[in-house]
Design a protein around this ligand. Structure first.
Ligand code: ADP
Ligand code: GLC
Length: 493
């Protein structure tokens, strides 16, 4: 099968979150199963520095906002990506440094609607083999609102490839005013509630959900959750419809075990695995993590537990709950906390304040650091992920693989990947972490205190660690589930 995988970010070229991890590894997993796969991305400014063997393949025009836009497509290679990368180059739309969606001031780029509509239209031209590349995919796999117009525009083509649309997060709907819809010359009959209109805006996310042959999200639990208003932000109707048609499924993400692997992680001080050197390496990696901050030796050498957090500082991640409970936990235990993240300025400020208040107990890095993210996984004892909702979540899986027991709220992919350390589960050696069932101050606090108590019970702790590190989260299983879906895909329209 020939597969075109379209996304707005992919590790190691450009990353803001887990979508990049998935786009950087799932296409390679398809390729391992001998499918001819191409990854297509916008050619953002920073991407050019990270690719090699760049070659122009073709150029053509697509319709932008009341104008024709000149698109060039380059082929390139990138370290760690087993598939060729096709870069869609429109300098005035994409050749900007930094975050792919936000300006340096932290606001959405004013022209995000045109940027991702043009990207999607370019993907459609490539997918229909109309631009002289002599390659027509059997399947186009697109991801999140930025590529939501791809299945929609392909649905009106004859002899088209099949389409799969993956929802990584319902919280980002890609909403734009009617004027954008008009200026992009999209089919008029789409402007209805049954089409892609959403409360007098157009929703690029809705376009993907409505028109794709298959829709999936990134865990079985989130696939069920998003059929309810609490998780669907007004799109529950269209999701229920796709579910009734048996076209909505949940497939758990995998992880890239070349990059996230304590046996060979290039960022960590000492390698380890389930069988060898786990306890000693964790101690060494903990010191190495803490050395990032300018701390006195007795703090670095202390055996007290370290609780890590890495993530976007947004309400989704439950960081507000953490800020509520942390004072009491600091007072009642000897735990230290390490935070690596960036996002809403309020959370950034509150965390920095906390670090000032407890200089030897709370370590904070505001910003994005790949190296620190790996060091936190290897050097912490516990990993905090109290997300209010979590489509899949990758960090809890990285934590499990690194023997860093996750503390999670029972939602989405967190519910599908972490087995709670109840007495029974510990006895049966299935427990892998700590789960709480309602996102409240009390639930998080008591779970955190329970986890810190169990940390002092070395034998039990190691039993849980061993179970956590034994779980296989590699892509093979998930990629097979995607591929069997495609085999089942009959033409819908
Ligand atoms: P989401 O996609 O919602 O942000 P995931 O858990 O799926 O959540 O993936 C987040 C990814 O982004 C992980 O690879 C995580 O390590 C990484 N990440 C998030 N924030 C940072 C940061 N500040 N520095 C380094 N990596 C980060
Ligand atoms: C989203 C979700 C996260 C998921 C990631 C990759 O950003 O918030 O839960 O793991 O996409 O699918």
């Amino acid at each position: 099968m020939k597969i075109l995988f379209a996304a707005s970010e992919a590790h190691p070229l450009i990353k803001t979150g887990g979508l990049a991890d998935v786009s950087g590894s799932l296409p390679s997993a398809y390729a391992k199963f001998k499918h001819h796969t191409k990854l297509v991305l916008p050619a953002y400014g920073d991407v050019w520095e990270k690719v090699t063997d760049v070659k122009e393949l073709t150029d053509f025009m697509v319709g932008g906002c009341n104008r024709d836009v000149h698109v060039r497509v380059f082929k390139a290679k990138a370290e760690g990506l087993d598939t060729p990368v096709w870069l869609v180059d429109v300098p005035d739309l994409f050749n900007r440094p930094g975050n792919p969606y936000l300006s340096p001031e932290g606001d959405d780029w004013w022209d995000n609607g045109e940027r991702f509509a043009v990207f999607s239209k370019a993907v459609v031209e490539i997918a229909m083999d109309r631009v002289g590349l002599n390659w027509k995919p059997d399947l186009v796999h697109s991801n999140d609102w930025q590529t939501g117009l791809v299945p929609a525009l392909l649905s009106i083509e004859e002899e088209r490839p099949q389409t799969l649309f993956t929802i990584h997060n319902m919280a980002y709907a890609g909403l734009f005013p009617k004027s954008l819809f008009e200026s992009l010359s999209l089919p008029w009959h789409w402007w209805t509630l049954e089409g892609i209109e959403f409360y007098n805006n157009m929703s690029m996310l809705k376009a993907g959900i409505l028109f794709a042959d298959w829709v999936n999200t990134v865990s079985p639990t989130y696939a069920r959750e998003i059929c309810f208003p609490e998780y669907a932000y007004g799109l529950e109707g269209v999701l229920q419809k796709r579910q009734d048609e048996e076209r909505l499924v949940g497939i758990l993400n995998g992880i890239d075990t070349e990059i996230w692997n304590p046996k060979k992680d290039t960022y960590i001080k000492r390698h380890y695995d389930l069988e060898k050197g786990r306890v000693a390496a964790k101690k060494e990696n903990k010191k190495d993590l803490l050395r990032f901050w300018d701390l006195p030796d007795e703090v670095i050498e202390s055996p007290a537990p370290v609780v890590g957090f890495v993530g976007r500082l947004v309400p989704q991640k439950g960081i507000d709950l953490v800020l509520e409970v942390i004072h009491e936990v600091i007072e009642q235990t000897d735990a230290r906390f390490v935070f690596v993240g960036s996002g809403d300025s309020t959370y950034e400020y509150l965390l920095s304040e906390l670090a000032h208040q407890y200089p030897s107990r709370v370590m904070v890095y505001i910003g994005y650091s790949e190296a620190l993210a790996h060091k936190v996984e290897a050097g912490s004892d516990l990993f905090l992920m109290p997300s209010r909702f979590e489509p899949c979540g990758l960090n809890q899986m990285y934590s499990l693989v690194y023997g860093t027991l996750p503390i999670v709220h029972h939602t989405g992919g967190l519910a599908d990947t972490v087995v709670n350390a109840t007495e029974e589960n510990i006895k049966e050696e299935t427990a892998t972490g700590f789960v709480f069932y309602d996102p409240s101050y009390h639930a998080l606090k008591s779970t955190l205190l329970h986890a810190l108590y169990l940390y002092t019970k070395t034998r039990t702790w190691q039993k849980i660690q061993r179970a956590a590190m034994s779980v296989d989260f590699g892509w093979e299983k998930s990629a097979k589930q995607y591929l069997s879906l495609f085999k089942a895909t009959g033409k819908k329209k």
